[in-house]
Design a protein around this ligand. Structure first.
Ligand code: MG
Ligand code: ZN
Length: 439
């Protein structure tokens, strides 16, 4: 299930990347910087997705260098030196030897040598591929060296004259998932399904939101996920109408709705799932009416997530159902066309229906190409997540509708023949949900 550092996927991706940047180019990719949480305590380290995509290397303070056709090797790694004493405190390091043997570098150095080594590659290169803004400390050092090599160009006849962003290529590559990546995404989705089922079974009136957050995170970690791929949203009652509610402190009441937006990350791949269900009870008539609108909007949206369709098609289809529902329950007035045209639905549905999903929750890749909504292709994964949010102090809404938030979110893979809903093991049909909330 998991890749080894020197495994084939990384090697094959590097080969494609080297070919894409071509001879006469050097690419430099930084690892993610370490971030402080409080005092001298660091956040749990998570490697930069682009860096991991090409190297499989999880340690900080590393740099990968690519230089097609360079006599000293086309894949060079700069890594932390082995250090017995430090490793006793902060964990094992691959070191230079590990970078060569386990991670397939043709040459490897300790990171301290980067500034000494880089000019050798720069002086033979016309184009430098470097993602500015990803690691500020390294930005400064790289730009200085590139500037210096550029200044030498008139005298030695070679050297860089262009800085190009490697993400253009990498993000297009990451947008189309390989079979091995899809296996990891399906596994992440299966774990998230278990977490949502546990939440539906456990949530009862009188519990705090954070108790359910703990259940969800337990389900993730106990099945080998690294944890949530974004802070879990556990939003009961009126909190459901707050899009990024992550305080998770409120006491839930039996029978009110609980919105959970939580997905795990498994071996660097994210899942992103939202379910909304009544706490320890069946849906009331009003809850069922509103939930059914969102469920139908999602069904219509998913139906349009097909190869050859536009990225915007699921959104347009889901929005139409939401707007008709809003008109029926008295949230908006006028014809559906008017409501969409004037945007009066936005008070109750203020986000888009889909985003790409992959190593990052809001994954990389263009949504529009040449000004047009992008055409969906096999291997792309997107969420379909319509919602309906009526703030508790919303004066435009009828009294009895206030303080309700509903979202239903699944992850959809576009396939040759159509689609695969990789999160389909998470219950969302009313009877399936009620079987768990009242079981
Ligand atoms: Mg989500
Ligand atoms: Zn999402």
């Amino acid at each position: 299930m998991s890749f080894e550092g020197n495994g084939r996927p990384f090697q094959a991706r590097r080969a494609k990347f080297l070919q894409a940047i071509g001879e006469g180019a050097t690419a430099v990719l930084p690892s993610a910087p370490v971030a402080l949480r409080s005092g001298d305590v660091e956040f749990i380290y998570r490697q930069d997705s682009d860096f991991y995509y090409l190297t499989g290397f999880e340690e900080p303070e590393a740099i990968a260098l690519f230089s097609p056709g360079h006599p000293d090797g086309d894949f060079v790694m700069f890594v932390r030196a082995r250090d017995k004493e430090r490793e006793t405190w902060t964990g094992r390091r691959a070191g230079v030897e590990g970078a060569l043997i386990e991670y397939g570098a043709v040459k490897a150095y300790v990171t301290d040598e980067f500034e000494k080594v880089l000019p050798r590659y720069l002086e033979k290169s016309e184009r430098i591929y470097y993602p500015i803004g990803r690691n500020e400390k390294l930005d400064e050092r790289v730009l200085k060296l590139v500037q210096w090599s550029s200044a030498m160009r008139p005298r030695i006849g070679s050297g860089p004259y262009a800085i190009v962003d490697p993400r253009e290529f990498l993000h297009e590559a990451r947008l189309r998932k390989e079979p091995a990546e899809l296996e990891l995404m399906r596994h992440a989705a299966a774990i998230s399904a278990e977490a949502h089922r546990a939440a539906m079974r456990k949530a009862r009136g009188g519990m705090k939101e954070w108790q359910i957050e703990a259940e969800v995170n337990f389900a993730f970690r106990s099945r080998g996920a690294s944890g949530p791929s974004y802070p879990s949203i556990v939003a009961s009652g009126p909190n459901g109408a707050i899009l990024h509610h992550i305080e998770n402190r409120r006491e839930m009441r039996a029978g009110e709705l609980l919105l959970i937006d939580a997905g795990c990350e498994y071996d660097f791949y994210a899942s992103d799932v939202t379910r909304t269900f009544p706490v320890g009870a069946k849906f009331t008539n009003l809850q069922r009416e509103l939930y059914s609108i969102v469920l139908e909007a999602q069904r219509k949206g998913i139906e349009r997530a097909l190869p050859g369709a536009r990225f915007d098609d699921p959104h347009d289809a889901a929005l139409r159902v939401l707007v008709d529902g809003m008109r029926e329950v008295g949230l908006v007035k006028g014809s559906a066309e008017e409501v969409i045209e004037q945007g009066s639905y936005r008070r109750f549905y203020m986000h888009r229906t889909s985003h790409w999903l992959g190593m990052d929750v809001h994954d990389v890749g263009l949504y529009r190409v040449k000004g047009e909504s992008r055409t969906l292709e096999p291997g792309m994964v997107l969420t379909v997540e319509p919602g309906l949010y009526i703030n508790e102090d919303c004066e435009e809404a009828p009294d009895h509708l206030r303080g309700i938030g509903i979202r239903i979110e699944d992850d959809v893979l576009i396939t040759e023949g159509g689609q695969e809903i990789i999160t389909s093991a998470t219950p969302k049909q009313i009877t399936d949900v009620e079987a768990l909330t009242t079981g």
